[in-house]
Design a protein around this ligand. Structure first.
Ligand code: MLT
Length: 411
């Protein structure tokens, strides 16, 4: 019999979203009427159709694949240059941010990238994780054997938690201690918080002073409405020497079912061996991708490229405006219900304090059984998320309005 990876046995019950799905399915079986009224604002999954520019590009790419002359087999593992160049020009150069097409690696999603990046990092790193946080950062470190076991409140030994709370606006300050790797996510999932230029500069300064690698997840960058808020960590001087940035088309282009994302690994970014030698992470990541990945399909990369066309940009802006319109309606609804609301202004997530001292899961049950609305319990994002819940704005306008009404009608 083969030995298993014992680190998996340290993981808490289930990954958050499958666990929610399990509870929702059990509810639906018990209560068919509730099932008929159910509105899902749990997982942040887009609901609106793909932008027409994307659909056209996909059709055209399929036609190319249908003819021997224009057919493509394996593509470059790092991604086709047409897409990497479009990303470099539009997401970075257009904002005076220095990122070369060669520093961009196209992938099938940020969740995978966040987990896979651990392949090129050592096991001895002291890892800083904001709390609450996207659970993938924690679970992938547990799987990789970077932690001990979890305590009663779900905190893993060996991880350095950086608490986010109402007092710090859910933007943790850099710690006093020296950490080797720190995850940051802005706009934040789950709290919807954004970091100001000053706050990000404090993190970059900390990273440069302590030789820390920042893993900066900017999957929700398209939702930033405030022009003063940086969209990329590379807007902060020095970040090219200390940060990897994760981006995704999932939430901007509606690609959760299409699958395309990318990471930026600047060429000057270095990491060290235990005996003090250094090497650029860019080369390691290129090596990892060429060994373990065969690239994203040509059709999907053409689809992603279309997001950068004139029409594509207008259509993405319309999608973002739609979901942010929902966010406004949900924030107002929750506020009118007397709830304390965070986020929802530069992010598609609304982070809400549970009323009357209810725990996050008690609130989840209350919303499910009394309002027939699926939300995400804050404690699923870490112990500092206890006492909060998250409402996703990814929905139709009619559903967002109905959820706002139902929250106000809750007893
Ligand atoms: C979420 O709901 O937190 C996200 O949809 C998860 C993800 O993007 O993987």
């Amino acid at each position: 019999m083969a030995y298993l990876n014992e680190n998996y046995l340290k993981l808490k019950a289930g990954y958050l979203f499958p666990e929610i799905a399990r509870r929702v399915n059990a509810f639906c079986e018990k209560d068919p009427e509730g099932k008929a009224r159910l509105i899902r604002c749990g997982i942040g999954d887009v609901t609106e159709a793909l932008p027409p520019a994307v659909v056209d590009a996909m059709h055209k790419a399929v036609d190319e694949m249908a003819s021997r002359d224009t057919f493509r087999g394996y593509g470059p593992e790092q991604g086709y240059l047409f897409l990497r160049q479009a990303i470099a020009d539009n997401d970075f150069r257009a904002h005076d941010v220095e990122v070369d097409a060669d520093e961009i690696f196209v992938s099938d999603g940020s969740k995978c990238d966040c987990g896979n990046i651990l392949d090129i990092l050592g096991h001895q790193n002291r890892i800083g994780i904001p709390d609450p946080v996207y659970p993938v950062y924690v679970d992938t470190n547990v799987m990789a054997g970077h932690t001990g076991t979890a305590n009663d409140i779900g905190a893993y030994a060996g991880l350095h938690y950086l608490p986010g709370n109402a007092e710090n606006g859910f933007v943790p300050d850099p710690p006093k201690e020296k950490l080797d790797v720190v995850y940051l996510c802005f706009p934040n999932n789950p709290t919807g918080a954004v970091a100001t230029r000053k706050q990000l500069k404090a993190w970059v300064d900390y990273a440069l002073a302590n030789d820390t690698l920042l893993l900066f997840d900017a999957a929700y960058e398209a939702y930033i409405q405030n022009k003063e808020i940086p969209r990329s960590i590379y807007e902060i001087p020095g970040a090219r020497r200390c940060a990897i940035e994760f981006r995704s088309f999932s939430k901007s282009g509606g690609f959760t079912g299409v699958r395309c994302a990318f990471i930026v690994v600047p060429k000057e970014l270095q990491a060290k061996t235990p005996d003090g030698k250094t090497a650029p992470l860019h080369g390691l990541w290129a090596r990892r991708m060429s060994t373990k990945f065969n690239g994203v399909s040509y059709i999907v990369q053409r689809a992603a490229e279309a997001l950068y066309s004139h029409q594509g940009k207008e259509q993405v802006a319309a999608l973002v405006a739609h979901y942010m319109g929902n966010a406004k309606i949900l924030c107002e609804g929750a506020r009118k219900a007397g709830l304390k609301v965070f986020g929802g202004e530069n992010a598609p997530y609304i982070w809400v304090k549970t009323p009357q001292g209810l725990s996050s899961w008690q609130m989840f049950d209350k919303m499910l059984t009394e309002a027939n609305v699926v939300i995400t319990p804050g404690s699923g994002f870490g112990s500092a998320g206890e006492g909060y819940f998250r409402i996703s704005a990814f929905n139709s306008r009619a559903n967002a309005e109905e959820v706002a009404r139902r929250i106000q009608a809750l007893k």
